[in-house]
Design a binder for this molecule. Structure first.
Ligand code: NAP
Length: 494
């Protein structure tokens, strides 16, 4: 493993950030704070944030409810102009923002920059799409009557987001919510709140009126119930773990709409005719970029018996050559895990894998200068993995790849679908028959043919099947507007 010591930046003065509730930046009523820590070097405190209370959260709900009627009536062109100005802000500050994202979450600077630019693109996309998103008129027999439908906003929407894409996931929730006339309470992950803060700041600086976007930080246990279970909240859009999402989904009032984008256990099928070098590339990029911490990351590799040995040898060689180090250093392939909890979970699953399957490489904590204060683990590969094993069934959310042998296309599909999740899936093949059948047979919201399981476009729908999502409403793309509106049908005669 080419583990290279890295230079960390000088410790800087710790900057304090605040909530934004009812048009004002303010500390928590409790005065308590928590630290946003750099997982590459835990001595580096990226920022200090309010550890908000239930009362702070209830104030955010009340502010969003009070602001709703005014925002709903605000001209759509004005709402769109605010999103566009916020996009300009994110683009103008991309270098600072990307550096902060890398420091708080661990991904490379290049990926962090890409995420901010994609978030700006999302704001611009909804600024345009939102202006043509409307109801329909319906032909009927009565010449004295017009029948049409209206798409109207729901009211107060809560957006709760994870640490792994701390700005692009909030952007794809908040932009469609705002452009359709909803008011928003945004709670970012406590493990990476600064990038979400920058998004909220950009929108507020761009002219969001008082109470329309409320930004609140704090541990889920403290603020969560107030912003999800209040009857004033009409919808909750959540991305995170399946356990937390299903808990919120069950806890909210019946009248509250939910959109829960959850975990995955995403397969890559490698057929006997695949270009093996390209298949290895798909496995490494899909499974190990973001240190395996992408919801759509490849974690199971189903390989045809005929090419299993050759594929495995190439994969192990490639993984052993990856460079591990801070995302702030150019050229690193694998960064730290994002949190102490992630580190513990991944090391536990490596132990489970060692007992269940055949260990081929990796899974050790990286030690030495430049690594001792970070959450670094070498990427692990296991083979002889079978369907019953925990490493084949449970979401690990780290740099751990499980190789499962398959005997035919039908066997590969049966094993790929033998999971409670259905987020993303990929196939490596040159055979058009497999390509065609895979699109129909696989149970996944994102289907990739000769592409990584990771990655999705701003203008295309995104979401999971089975326990990867509780919602029929998709995020992203034009359909991403639907969750935030309800339809009224009008019969009008003069
Ligand atoms: P998480 O622990 O479920 O937390 C996600 C967010 O939910 C955080 O802001 C967290 O707040 C909050 N939260 C947790 N429990 C809550 C509750 N009871 N009430 C209100 N808020 C609550 O997930 P994570 O560790 O941040 O993210 C990793 C998971 O997200 C993985 O399972 C991954 O697959 C999934 N993910 C899914 C997608 C997708 O689109 N399907 C995309 C990215 C990630 P605190 O930080 O304060 O605890």
């Amino acid at each position: 493993m080419n583990a290279k010591p890295i230079e960390m930046p000088e410790p800087a003065k710790i900057e304090e950030f605040r909530n934004h509730i009812d048009g004002a930046w303010a500390a928590s009523r409790t005065g308590k704070t928590f630290d946003d820590v750099n997982p590459a070097d835990t001595r580096d405190i990226v920022g200090r944030f309010p550890a908000s209370s239930r009362e702070d959260a209830l104030a955010a709900v009340a502010a969003a409810a009070a602001a709703f009627e005014g925002w709903k009536k605000t001209p759509i062109s004005k709402r769109a102009a605010i999103l566009t100005r916020a996009a300009e802000d994110l683009e103008a500050n991309v270098d600072r923002n990307a550096r902060e994202l890398t420091r708080e979450e661990g991904k490379s600077l290049a990926l962090a920059k890409d995420e901010f630019l994609r978030s700006a693109q999302t704001l611009r996309f909804y600024a345009v799409e939102g202006q043509s998103f409307s109801g329909e008129t319906y032909p009927q027999d009565d010449p004295e009557m017009t029948v049409f439908s209206l798409r109207e906003p729901l009211g107060v929407v809560t957006a709760i987001t994870p640490w792994n894409f701390p700005v692009s996931i909030p952007a794809r929730k908040i932009a469609p919510a705002l452009i359709t006339g909803n008011t928003v309470i945004f709670k970012p992950s406590s493990d990476a709140p600064l990038s979400g803060y920058r998004l909220a700041e950009a929108l507020i600086t761009a002219g969001i009126p008082k109470g329309v976007l409320n930004f609140i930080t704090g541990r889920a246990g403290e603020v969560g119930p107030a912003i999800t279970e209040s009857a004033a909240v009409r919808a909750v859009t959540f991305t995170g773990s399946t356990g937390a999402g299903e808990h919120i989904h069950r806890s909210v009032p019946l009248t509250t709409r939910t959109q829960m984008e959850l975990g995955g256990k995403n397969p890559l099928i490698v057929m006997e005719d695949a270009d093996l070098d390209k298949a290895v590339d798909l496995a490494v990029k899909g499974g190990l970029s973001l240190t395996g911490q992408a919801c759509t990351g490849t974690s199971r590799i189903l390989v045809m018996a005929a090419v299993r040995e050759a594929f495995t040898a190439k994969l192990v060689a490639r993984v052993k050559s990856l460079k591990i180090g801070s995302g702030l250093v150019a050229g690193m392939d694998i960064g730290p895990l994002a949190t102490a909890g992630q580190l513990k979970t991944v090391l536990e699953y490596v132990e489970i894998g060692r007992k269940e399957a055949r260990h081929l490489c990796g899974g050790e904590r990286v030690k030495g200068e430049g690594f001792d204060h970070g959450y670094y683990v070498t990427p692990a590969i296991f083979t002889d993995v079978t369907q019953a094993m925990r490493i084949a069934r449970e979401e690990i959310f780290g740099p751990v790849l499980a190789i499962i042998e398959v005997s035919s296309y039908a066997d590969a599909i049966a094993k790929a679908n033998d999971t409670e999740y259905g987020l993303a899936a990929a196939i490596a093949t040159r055979n058009p028959r497999y390509m065609h059948d895979f699109a129909n047979d696989i149970q996944a919201g994102s289907v990739k043919i000769n592409r990584t399981t990771t990655g999705n476009l701003v203008n295309a729908p995104f979401g999971g099947l089975k326990r990867s999502s509780t919602s029929t409403f998709r995020e992203s793309g034009r359909v991403g507007l639907e969750f935030f509106t309800q339809t009224k049908t009008i019969y009008r005669a003069c």
